[in-house]
Design a protein around this ligand. Structure first.
Ligand code: ADP
Length: 689
């Protein structure tokens, strides 16, 4: 094994200057809130300080991150600073990837992984310290962890320390939530940042950012430029256009330029490039999503270009639909973005929107994810914890979700048998909660296990949950189209079956990467789904009763219409079912809410010889772009749908939510109006960071 690279000189970060104060507060209190500006050293130093001061003698230190990219990147940095190989004393665990060992005493993990760990080990006894980092991001899982920590600290007051860190969080609010725990404010060393506003909002923010970047390069003193874009597609466009314009710059600049993308789905070897020092006499342009707002701190930035937008996924419980909108950022986000320019010396921030928009239209803070997500997975998780006295509608949230959202989650869980009509978790629900998958996929696997078609179901679940795009380029040229046309077509049953067929064809080549590129498929994505499949295989072996046929591919050959798999999908997606209209190929969703929807143009599902689409389909996701669309669709038989319709008839949300023990009037939750950011603009991309 190669020896680790020599550790860089330890950074003198603001937090290091407050070591004694921090340790004294942690010694004396079970919960401490630490507020410090981004880059002050919260993520990289707090764990090291507590490790040095002996806190790892009784257990490990867990540091949660809402983003996978941050868990990986920060652990790598800490391992480097301590001069140890990653995975030894310092490691990370993200969904489907565990780089820790028995020796690991500083563990970076996503908040979702910590939640999962608490299922098998509710007291989290393996940890002496739990640091909920980046709490200001208000990710759904961090919010749930906040509630759980409040309970846990009562049982482990003597041997557990909880730290909650944030760059912007209203510390008093969290402190109040934790019965008035101390709040440590770490003063930052931010230099002044001059802000420039545009006279109008840009009609094309890529073009405006591009012009501003070129202007800076031609006229301004040395210093790197951080450009905020909304997603991977925009970043790719921006990077190639910027490189092109810099090359063609007539008057030129006296400096070289290096353009680097930064987003969550960047391969790790490309991510680390932004942390390497800039070559001499070279200005770096880092084109990033909001991952660079607070999660990752890139040194050397002096100029920031802020387009004022972010891509945000929002769930509407009344339609069951997700929309992925480019929305205005909040004032807190705008200030964070500007702050990135003042870390090393006075900086400049170019806001591509007028000051009046910042003041009057931007929300004060971003709406927490818990108020804009489907809660089925979280509610199932909480139910499976078997906490005494837990009524889901009364769970102690920092900011409660709406009642509508919680009821929607309960209905969904009931339709896929995870809870019974009284809202009690079922045996099926317990197994589902143990699988690191969204409820529809875990239910599909359990049913597939019963029906003897687990192997293909695992493949489909792996591909859908690896959160990757299989198509490599989506190139619209003839060549790209031809390559894709050679792919299997789902045999008329839809996208799940096509995904399965693609994977199986690849399997038959012995997982040949060339086969992927020959068919316009991302090799990395395909490999990842293979890894995820293997892991799911192991997990389900542990949690499900006697799974069968995991490795056998017999079902595929003897079952050409994929009947069993489609049936399992129908049960798993029992809450995501649609019926075709009588006279055309539009659909309406079936269940406790009805919504007109269409088949997404990317679907391989086709009509029969009369052009008619299947009468019933299940879908993986409902998204609202130009219109409401179902994405990833599978045809199912009417006979399988009938039991689901019967369940719909029996739905009684009062019983599901606790019946007489929780009469509606006495609920603490109001039907809160969730204030979503306004000004959605056109969205073309399907992935958020
Ligand atoms: P905070 O959590 O307060 O935002 P961090 O601990 O993340 O601060 O960052 C402190 C310093 O460590 C910054 O100067 C940052 O550039 C550096 N740093 C963090 N992660 C990495 C990394 N993966 N590689 C190199 N430097 C890093």
């Amino acid at each position: 094994m190669p020896s680790p690279s020599p550790p860089p000189a330890p950074p003198v970060l603001p937090i290091s200057e407050h070591e004694d104060e921090i340790v004294a507060a942690v010694d004396a209190n079970p919960v401490v809130v630490v507020i410090g500006e981004t880059g002050s050293g919260k993520s990289t130093q707090l764990s090291q300080i507590l490790h040095r001061r002996g806190y790892t003698r009784r257990g490990a230190i867990a540091v949660t991150q809402p983003r996978r990219v941050a868990a990986v990147s920060v652990s790598r940095r800490v391992a480097q600073e301590l001069g140890v190989p990653l995975g030894d004393e310092v490691g990370y665990a993200i969904r489907f990837e565990d780089r820790t060992s028995e020796r690991t005493c500083i563990k970076y993990l996503t908040d979702g992984v910590l939640l999962r760990e608490s299922l098998s080990n509710p007291d989290l006894k393996q940890y002496s310290v739990i640091i909920l980092d980046e709490a200001h991001e208000r990710s759904l899982n961090t919010d749930i962890l906040l509630g759980l920590m409040k309970r846990l600290i009562k049982d482990r007051a003597s041997d557990l320390k909880v730290l909650i860190t944030s760059a912007t969080l209203d510390g008093l609010k969290v402190s109040k939530f934790f019965s008035g725990c101390p709040v440590l404010n770490i003063p930052g060393t931010l230099f002044p940042v001059e802000k420039f506003y545009s006279a109008e909002c840009p009609t094309n923010y890529i073009e405006s950012s591009l012009r501003t970047a070129i202007d800076i390069h031609a006229k301004e003193a040395p210093g790197d430029v951080l450009i905020f874009m909304t997603g991977k597609d925009d970043i790719d466009k921006m990077v190639s256009k910027l490189e092109e314009r810099i090359q063609n710059l007539e008057e030129g600049s006296c400096m070289d330029a290096l353009v680097l993308p930064l987003h969550g789905s960047l391969p790790p070897e490309l991510q680390v490039r932004v942390f390497a020092p800039a070559p001499p006499n070279c200005r770096r342009f880092i084109v990033a999503t909001n991952v660079a707002e607070t999660s990752l701190t890139v040194d050397g930035v002096v100029f920031v270009i802020d387009c004022g937008y972010v891509k945000q996924r929002q769930y509407n419980p009344s339609s069951g639909m997700y929309s992925l909108d480019v929305v205005q950022i909040s004032r807190v986000q705008a200030d964070q973005r500007a702050g990135r320019a003042g870390r090393t010396r006075p900086g400049k921030c170019y806001r591509l929107y007028p000051m009046s928009i910042y003041q009057k239209e931007f929300l004060e803070a971003t709406v927490p994810e818990i108020q804009r997500s489907s809660l089925a997975g979280s509610v199932l998780y909480l139910k499976s914890l078997n906490l005494p006295d837990i009524n889901i509608l009364k769970f102690d949230f920092l900011d409660p979700p709406s009642r509508e959202s919680l009821e929607d989650a309960l209905r969904q869980l009931y339709l896929i048998d995870a809870i019974d009509e009284n809202g009690q978790i079922t045996d099926i629900g317990r197994v589902m909660a143990e699988l690191p998958l969204e409820p529809s996929l875990s239910r599909t696997l359990i049913e597939a296990n019963e029906l003897g078609c687990l192997s293909p179901a695992l493949t489909v679940a792996a591909i859908l949950s690896a959160e990757i795009t299989l198509r490599s380029t989506r190139s619209k040229d003839m060549e790209g189209k031809r390559k894709r046309q050679e792919l299997p077509d789902g045999s008329g049953w839809g996208d799940h079956i096509q995904l399965l067929q693609i994977f199986e064809s690849w399997d038959q080549t012995g997982y040949d990467p060339k086969w992927c590129s020959d068919h316009d498929l991302q090799v990395r994505g395909m490999k990842l789904s293979k890894d995820v499949r293997n892991q799911l295989c192991q997990i389900i072996q542990k949690v499900a009763k006697g799974p069968t046929g995991m490795h056998s591919r017999k079902s595929r050959k003897s079952d050409p219409d994929y009947r069993k798999l489609r049936r399992a999908l129908c049960v798993g997606y029992g809450n995501q079912l649609a019926e075709r209209m009588l006279h055309h190929n539009g659909y309406h969703t079936v269940g406790y809410r009805t919504q007109l929807v269409q088949v997404h143009p990317s679907s391989v599902l086709e009509g029969d010889e009369d052009g008619k689409f299947p009468m019933y389909v299940v879908y993986h996701e409902l998204i609202s772009t130009t219109r409401p669309f179902m994405r990833n669709i599978c045809a199912v038989d009417q006979a399988w749908v009938l039991p689901i319709l019967k369940k719909v008839e029996k739905l009684d949300v009062n019983r599901l939510s606790g019946g007489s023990s929780a009469p509606k009037d006495s609920e603490p939750l109001e039907d809160k109006h969730v204030n979503l950011p306004n000004k959605a603009v056109d969205v073309k991309q399907s992935e958020v960071d």
